[in-house]
Design a protein around this ligand. Structure first.
Ligand code: ZN
Ligand code: ZN
Length: 259
């Protein structure tokens, strides 16, 4: 007798299921995240809009812009076909009631799928989870351009919050004028966050650690949680689990490769 295991994390689960409750919840939340992302992608289609974060603002371009961004159109098509594939898989096809096979739009497919009672039961769910995970970086790259300056920590002299683009090597404090390396500012923030015992979401932990040069992704943090190597210390006001950065950083030294 073989034991049924979750297709994502290998946790033993009840017969008839293909995902454990934690991975089902993670996947449903990922599908829900695609709702605002799809709106942002549709807003990014117009090439005259400057996509700054999730709230695009119109800019005047020096040359006449292409009316549509074809890369965004392709990406939306791909997202639509995967979302509709999942929706058909969940709702089934009934040739006698063919109207049922007419999918709603992307948003409808995503929200139907996220709430569907068979989500943790369909046999090829692992494929859908990995498809949506693979689409995530490209989606975020379109709606959250890399060259946006974001807060990276506090000035090492005066303590004011300083911002930098992702690739900037040095930053100059707008108040005291001190020029400092972006990595020193990020490392200082990381050290103070660890010492304070403060807790952050998995994504925030990964971002803080990556900012200081560690190679750790949000998926790594989730896998540590699934494997019981770290425990959430509570939830933030949005209900997301939060982890002490100290605990996450402590795992970095002695992780074993995922298999
Ligand atoms: Zn699982
Ligand atoms: Zn300063």
């Amino acid at each position: 007798m073989s034991v049924t295991v979750c297709q994502i994390c290998d946790t033993p689960i009840d017969d008839g299921y293909t995902l454990c409750p934690a991975c089902e919840l993670d996947f449903a939340l990922l599908l829900d995240q695609y709702v605002p992302w799809t709106h942002a992608l549709e807003a990014s289609l117009d090439a005259t809009l400057h996509p700054g974060g999730h709230q695009p603002t119109r800019i005047i371009t020096p040359t006449a812009p292409t009316p549509l961004r074809l890369d965004v159109l392709d990406h939306l098509d791909l997202l639509a076909s995967i979302a509709q594939g999942l929706w058909r898989r969940l709702t089934g096809v009934n040739i006698l009631k063919w109207q049922r096979d007419l999918c709603p739009d992307i948003i409808g497919c995503l929200t139907d799928a996220a709430m569907h009672s068979n989500l943790a039961k369909i046999p090829d769910i692992g494929m859908y989870v990995s498809q949506f995970q693979r689409l995530k970086p490209k989606t975020l790259a379109i709606i959250d351009p890399l060259d946006r300056a974001t807060p990276i920590g506090q000035c090492l002299t005066c303590g004011l919050t300083v911002t930098a683009t992702r690739d900037a090597e040095t930053v100059t404090c707008p108040v005291c004028g001190r020029e400092q390396t972006a990595s020193a500012v990020r490392l200082d923030l990381l050290e103070r966050s660890i010492r304070s015992g403060k807790a952050f979401t998995a994504g925030e932990c990964a971002r803080l650690l990556r900012g200081a040069g560690y190679r750790v992704s949000v998926d790594t943090v989730y896998s540590w949680k699934h494997r019981g190597l770290i425990d959430p210390s509570g939830r933030n006001d949005k209900g997301q689990p939060v982890y002490r950065l100290r605990d996450v950083a402590a795992r970095l030294g002695h992780d074993t490769p995922d298999d």
